[in-house]
Structures are given as C-alpha cells and as structure tokens.
Ligand binder design. Structure first.
Ligand code: GLN
Length: 485
C-alpha cells in the first residue's frame, strides 16, 4: 500500500519505528495529486513548497524523538479557514485575492500538533450548496464517478481524502456540509457539537449553525483529529469551556445494551431504495454489536428544511454585508461613485446562489416580515431542539441515513434550488439543535457509489459517536474499495 493511502494511525506507527519519513509521506501525497488532481479538482490552491518544508522540519523533530499527534501527516484545509499569508477565497470571486493576516485557531492547533498542510480544498461559494458546483473555481468531481458531484459544501475536503490526495482534511458543516460529502465520497465525517471546536478564523456563513470538523479514512483517525481540534478558545465567544476527553479511548469499546433510536420521520417516501437497504443492513449490524433498537419520533422533522432556509440565509445576509470592496477582496473597476462601487463589487463578486441567499435572508429579516419568518423559524427551531432532548431520554444514540440518495449527476440539480436543498433533509436538524453527528461508510449502491449511515448524539457526546461508529466499522466489515481513477 502506498503511504498516501494509509491512515493517520498506520503512519504514526511507521514514523515511530522509522520505516517511513515525513518527507516520503508528503511526496507520495503530491505524486498522487499529480496523477489525479486534474480530473477531480479537490483543491483551489496547493501548498507544495510549504508542505515539503514542513515535512523536512517534521523529520528533524522525529530524529530528536519529538513526535506529536500529527507529526508529518498531510492534511487538507477547506478554503473557508484563514491561513496567514496564504490566499483564502471561500470559493468566491469576491475573496479571490484575500490574504488573511492571521491563522484560524484550528490551523494553529493543527500546526502545533505537527500537521503538514497540503493545500486549500475546493468548496461551494461561502459554503452555500450541496454539490461543490457553486465554487467560483469550478466544480469538484466525485472520485467514484467523475460525472457526479462529491456533495458539498466541503466537496474538495471529502474528495481529497477519498482520492488519497491527503491523509485527512478539515471541513465546515452548517447544514450537512461535512456529513453529506463524507457519505457521498465514502469517508468518515464528523460535525462536532456547537461550541466544541473554535470557529475563530472560519469565514462566517450562518453563525448559529457553523461548526468545523474532520474528514478521515476511518473512525480511529476521526478520534485522533478531534483530540487536536476540540477545546475552548478565549478568542471565540461561542466556544464552550468544557473538558475534552481523550476521544481515542472510545475506539474499540463495545456498545452492548446501548439503546439506538430509529426515528420514524427519517424513513420516508422518496429515499432511494438502495439507501434504505443499506441502512436496514446497518441496523442489523448494530443489533449484532449488542445495540437495542427503539422506535422514536422527532415530530418536527418536516419543518427542518424550511426553518433552516430562513435562519441560515438571514444570518448569511448579515455576515456577508462586510464584503463591499473597501478594505479587502474584489473591487469593481470603472465606477464613478461610492454607492456604485459597493453595488458593482457585490454584483460582480458574488455568484447566483450567494445572491439568492442574501435576498432571501434580507427579506426574512426586513421590517414587517421579521415576526412572520425569522421569529417564527426561531420558535420552531426551539421545538426541533426539544424533540432531540426528549429523544435522548429514550436512547443513547440516534441512527439515520446521511443522505436520501447516492451522489447525483453534475448539473442535475443546479436549475432547481429546492431539489438541491433537499439533499440535506437528514443532516440539517443536527445543526439546528446544535448536537454532534457523524457519517460512516455503510456500503455501495449497485453502480458502486458509496452510501453513509449517520449517528447522532446529545450535546458534547462526540465520544459516544466515536464509540458506536468504531463498533459499527469493525463489525460491518464493509469492503474497503478505492475509487478507480
Ligand atoms: N447544503 C446546505 C446549504 O446549502 C448546507 C451547507 C453547509 O453545511 N455549509 O446551506
């Protein structure tokens, strides 16, 4: 097996016993990128020189016996994370030339843990999308079928892991943007609890929903990444000062006697029968692991998409007001006066989907409509959260499909925003409630497309997610295939 195909924990062993150097790992990742990147387009920007220098530094540390949790491990960063001195675009024309003067906290944490950054991964513009087709830099393709989307908005981060163009990556999830592409690309993706991971330096989309999390090749790697990412940050007012457990201790533990909630609202008409079959199979595996399935109800599920598409655009319309061409980013040329400069910079700088969200959000917040839309949506959001609070009195973990269908074709949903929005029916509720969720590979469709199963737990119970996901991964024995690129 090539080094770039290995997991973090496999490479850690090899680094410790001296059978591989950080430079060799990084070189194997870049030779894979040379071979496949043109076809998949996972990255907006590669950081080869920095990466090779970081790997060399890692090798010096290794020689001195200074081995940290991610020493020499090549990691991709979604281009929504500020990187000091390195262009950070958020997939948008309006930020195509933005060079942040500081690092996001997670970038600092990964650096301190010894990570080697491979590049900035492609994404839907401002993380608005489910297919990575709205990127100003062009779409990313699903490595399992180049005619299909990889999911979104963190499609580049998911693809980079699935196509072995990095070992692990970072994404962000506002309504499903880690879990949905993880499912469609056949990798593990975790959205932590709201407040678990600092968002300092994450370009804001919808601030009451955004979270940062990892994409990995297996569950143990997810635990390793969470050990690095989680924790309080005085620079971020919503980050929670709560103890961070060693997530790795949850790997390999059994789940005997755990109650697994199966919400009836997530097994509805319109789901692809192959997804239903894969999820039924996953339920059987969980029962074989000693889990006891219980029927539960999350009665307000049907309102999730509608509530999200008021709250997220409302917050986005406010967050994106800062892009005006004045201090940084794109500024329109040939304008005569200030107001025209604002208007033209925004008109030329934002893509169609971002403009749609800004308009929906501005409308929902405007005088006379605020109570009918934003206030009402916030009230229903509280009911959605209450549904989960009630459910977790009856079960330890909830099991659902991650997506209603496997990866769809490029262009299939671009003319129909509602259809696109519905790709997140099973992931959005998690963000509205602020709870953590993980997607784990659970099989393939007959045409060879990956399928994911989602586990949800109560606030700050990421450990439980890792425990059940690891038990599932071990016992399901899903055949490990690699995309034939
Ligand atoms: N697809 C959803 C949206 O377009 C979620 C995106 C996300 O999680 N960033 O808003």
């Amino acid at each position: 097996m090539e080094f770039n195909q290995s997991t973090i924990h496999e490479l850690q062993e090899k680094i410790k016993n001296g059978s591989v150097t950080a430079s060799q790992i990084t070189e194997s990742v870049f030779s894979r990128i040379d071979a496949v990147e043109e076809r998949v387009h996972s990255y907006i920007r590669l950081m080869k020189e920095n990466a090779l220098a970081a790997a060399k530094k890692a090798d010096e540390d290794i020689k001195k016996g200074d081995i940290k949790p991610l020493t020499g491990i090549p990691i991709a960063l979604k281009d929504i994370l500020c990187t000091k001195g390195i262009t950070t675009t958020c997939g948008s024309h309006i930020l195509h030339n933005f060079v942040p003067p500081y690092n996001a906290t997670v970038v600092e944490k990964l650096t301190a843990a010894g990570a080697v950054f491979v590049g900035k991964a492609n994404m839907d513009e401002f993380a608005m999308g489910s297919s990575t087709e709205t990127s100003w830099f062009g779409p990313t393709r699903n490595p399992w079928d180049l005619e299909r989307i990889p999911g979104g908005s963190s499609g580049g981060s998911a693809t980079a892991v699935a196509a072995d163009e990095c070992i692990a990556s970072i994404g962000s999830d506002t309504g499903g943007s880690i879990r949905q592409p993880a499912a469609l690309c056949g990798v593990v993706g975790l959205k932590p609890t709201y407040g678990r991971v600092s968002r300092f330096g994450l370009i804001a989309f919808a601030s009451s929903l955004d979270q940062i999390g990892p994409f990995t090749k297996d569950v143990e790697d997810c635990a390793i990444m969470m050990n690095v990412l989680a924790g309080y940050d005085p620079k971020e007012s919503t980050s929670v000062n709560a103890e961070v457990p060693d997530y790795r201790q949850f790997v390999g533990r059994d789940i005997k006697g755990w109650k697994i909630g199966i919400p009836k609202e997530y097994f509805i008409e319109g789901i692809d029968p192959e997804i239903t079959a894969a999820i039924q199979q996953a339920i059987k595996v969980i029962e074989l692991c000693g889990g006891v399935c219980v029927d539960i109800s999350l009665p307000h599920t049907q309102y999730c998409v509608a509530v999200y598409y008021i709250i997220a655009p409302a917050e986005a319309s406010s967050n994106l007001a800062r892009y005006d061409g004045v201090r940084y980013g794109f500024r329109a040329a040939d304008v005569r006066e200030l107001l025209e400069m604002y208007k033209e910079s925004r008109r030329q700088g934002f893509g169609a989907e971002v403009k749609r969200r800004i308009m929906i959000g501005t409308y929902a917040l405007s005088a006379g409509y605020y109570d009918a839309y934003y206030k009402k949506a916030s009230q229903v959001r509280a009911l959605i959260k209450k549904d989960f609070d009630e459910a977790f009195k009856k079960c330890d973990v909830i099991l659902t499909p991650t997506t209603p269908t496997p990866a769809f074709k490029i262009g299939e949903k671009t003319d129909d925003p509602l259809q696109m929005y519905l790709s997140d029916v099973f992931t959005i509720s998690t963000n509205l409630a602020g709870i953590p969720g993980i997607s784990v590979p659970c099989g393939y469709s007959t045409s060879g497309l990956p399928i994911g199963v989602q586990f949800l737990a109560s606030h700050f119970e990421e450990g439980k997610l890792i425990q059940i996901a690891s038990a599932y991964e071990k016992n399901a024995k899903i055949e490990k295939r690699r995309p034939a690129l």
